[in-house]
Design a protein. Structure first.
Lengths: 182, 100
């Protein structure tokens, strides 16, 4: 049925790892070996209960090309950070090597969860871009939300999404990738 | 302010101290390869450099507060002949200095 979500890849971090790839074919973290392709025009990545192994570490996001993270400084982003304990902040960066994120924690409720829509990934002649909405908590706790988007300004096909800890590890988290049925 | 080389050395040490790091590939938990460790060091070094060189911009923007709250400060400064807003801006700048 058009508009329905079809689960194409999922992975749960049960032992701490420094990075996770959803999609990415055989380089992906799960045994699904799914690579984002033209089967669906739009994909949705949902992640929940993401905890870091060290307080204050940041789960950052990149796209993958043939299963390997594109580490180039070609990512642009814009975002609004909504804090419970301070004024909202709208920021943007150009030519950075990842999508900036807010820090996570190690114990409940310091987890992060979000929804990322992925566009144009399989189109080799267009940029890959994504919209992002997430909520989370850090120490104290201080609650936050982020709404924004980011784009990899290289005309190439991308086939997955990498989450990586800026240092140390991602302790746990659940990741699910859906295709949006045409 | 640290040089880029000094920050990269800190990042290298931080990754060395964090070893072993693992990645999950095809449902297998594998230790980072040499190239993975090298990339992690570059990533962390770049982030430290960016934080030092450009982090003050975001830190200042966050600390300035909303336009509305700044206008409120300016209004009450004009009513009370105080310098609350100017003092606030000066403090934000001094708390988040621009790298030399």
């Amino acid at each position: 049925m058009a508009g329905s979500l079809v689960l194409v890849d999922e992975f749960t971090v049960s032992s701490a790892v420094a990075n996770v790839i959803i999609g990415g074919g055989s380089s992906g973290s799960s045994s699904e070996n799914f690579a984002i392709d033209s089967t669906y025009d739009v994909y949705m990545l949902q992640y929940n209960n993401l905890f870091m192994s060290v307080d204050g570490r940041v789960p950052q996001i990149r796209f993958t090309v043939s299963g390997s993270a594109d580490t180039s400084s070609n990512y642009d982003n814009a975002r609004m950070n909504l804090y419970s304990n301070q004024a909202f902040y709208d920021g943007a960066n150009q030519n950075v090597s990842y999508m900036p994120n807010l820090s996570g924690g190690i114990t409940s409720p310091e987890s992060q969860q979000g929804t990322i829509y992925l566009f144009n990934f399989s189109n080799a002649s267009e940029y890959s871009y994504a919209t992002l909405e997430l909520v989370g908590a850090t120490e104290t706790p201080e609650y936050y939300g982020v709404a924004g988007g980011f784009v990899l300004t290289v005309a190439q096909a991308t086939d997955g999404v990498q989450f990586y800890a800026n240092a140390n590890n991602i302790a746990s988290g659940e990741f699910k990738l859906y295709g949006l049925n045409k | 302010m640290a040089t880029q080389e000094e920050l990269q050395a800190l990042a290298d040490q931080e990754i060395e101290d964090a070893k072993p790091l693992y990645k999950q590939v095809n449902n297998e938990r594998l230790e980072f390869s040499d190239s993975d460790y090298a990339q992690a060091k570059i990533d962390l070094g770049n982030q430290k450099w960016n934080d030092q060189q450009f982090g003050y911009i975001e830190a200042r923007q966050e600390a300035y507060g909303s336009t509305g709250s700044q206008l409120d400060m300016q209004y009450w400064d004009s009513v009370n002949s105080t310098t609350t807003w100017a003092d606030h801006i000066a403090k934000v700048k001094s708390d988040n200095p621009k790298p030399a």
